[in-house]
Design a protein around this ligand. Structure first.
Ligand SMILES: *[C@@H]1O[C@H](CO)[C@@H](O)[C@H](O)[C@H]1NC(C)=O
Ligand SMILES: *[C@@H]1O[C@H](CO)[C@@H](O)[C@H](O)[C@H]1NC(C)=O
Ligand SMILES: [Cu+2]
Length: 140
């Protein structure tokens, strides 16, 4: 009895996966991969490789760029500004709490990075795709 409850308690953590995401690789205004699917309990580890960026939730359409500090929507997430140096590449870890689509972008430069494609989708859907979100960002 005790051991089976223990097993069930440990099982979700054992199955949870971590997804590694690069921010600003090769000095680019990019988040790579630019979209991913993840289950509740999975973690996304964003590693900030160059410059000074953020990964901040924003709206799918309309006033996408810049995302406001703190993020937008239920279960918003926001790394805040993280500045990389040659010897320090900070990370932001987000644990997924729902399976709803979330759209994020960099809030640096008054939205210029966001409009340039520094965008990211977590659990996009057929009706709300990453490509459409990125187009909405570019036009915002
Ligand atoms: C998103 O990533 C895919 C796969 O690397 C790439 O083909 C596509 O051009 C990227 N989209 C944007 C807008 O950067
Ligand atoms: C990062 O960018 C933000 C917003 O532009 C700025 O307030 C902050 O001082 C920058 N951090 C560093 C270490 O340059
Ligand atoms: Cu940026």
């Amino acid at each position: 009895m005790f051991f089976s409850s223990l097993l069930f308690a440990l099982l979700p953590a054992a199955l949870a996966k971590n997804i590694a995401i690069s921010v600003g690789a090769n000095n680019g205004l990019t988040i790579t991969p630019n979209q991913t699917t993840a289950a509740v309990g999975d973690t996304l580890t964003f590693t900030f490789l160059t410059k000074n960026h953020s990964v901040t939730t924003t709206v799918f359409s309309g006033a996408v760029c810049p995302p406001p500090a703190g993020g937008v929507g239920p279960n918003a997430f926001d790394s805040g500004f993280l500045s990389a140096t040659a010897t320090d590449t900070p990370t932001f870890v987000y644990t997924v709490v729902d399976t709803a689509p979330h759209f994020a972008a960099c809030m640096q430069g008054g939205g210029s990075h966001c409009r340039a494609g520094m965008t990211f989708a977590l659990n996009p859907t057929a009706a709300m795709t990453y490509a459409e979100f990125n187009t909405n960002a570019a036009n915002s």
